[in-house]
Ligand binder design. Sequence first.
Ligand code: ATP
Length: 229
Amino acid sequence: MLEVGPRKLSPQAPLVLFGGTFDPVHRAHISAARAVSKVLHGAPVHLLPNAVPPHRPQPMADGEQRLAMLRLACKRYPELVVDDWELRQDGPSYSLNTLRHFRQQNPGRPLVFMIGADSFNSLHLWHQWQDYTTLCHLAVVPRPDCALAPDQVQAAFPESDAEQLMRQPFGLRLMLKRPFLDVSATAIREALEKKGDCPALDPAVSAHIRRQHLYNVATLNSSTNHEAP
Ligand code: ATP
């Protein structure tokens, strides 16, 4: 039996993978991961910071720092598992490789790849995205100002409810209604540089950033304005 926190889960309980840059991890990441776990009856969610994101500029904080911030942010939540698997791989962090690895380790188990609505909208631009349909389910978290995904992407993953999704290993799509948070790491990095803090960060993550002088907060002096953005 797999045991996660206080709950006992069957060996076929879903496994949720949440990849991202997490530069830094913020309130929307944590709320979204907890929401997906909850709707899937307490399934563990692995948060996997990427090493070399293929589709975007490279992160400002290195892998060890992003891992450290994730550990601080996830500390209180036993259902959230910080996983350094992608950081230990060479080359670009293609989600496809991660999914293949976890599928191989968990044959027959429902595998759920969770993404924000912005990522879902651009899934058709990802490396071999059609292969995802035979590897995992999707759990899509809403995000403000996101257009609908193209029809071909929606059709490739038929929408389902959580109960149906937990009965098969891959191929379905769960659409969450919340959390719906207007938070992004980009805006947080800007707020950190200007003001030295941001309310969308876990206080422990915020303290870590200031202690380690990440995201250019080092340029601020002791009279820094810590007001919210
Ligand atoms: P950046 O602003 O640097 O692009 P981000 O805030 O989008 O960062 P990422 O680490 O790139 O964060 O995102 C990891 C995953 O979390 C992606 O699937 C993304 O869509 C999702 N995500 C990030 N922020 C939100 C949010 N506010 N609501 C829903 N999903 C989100």
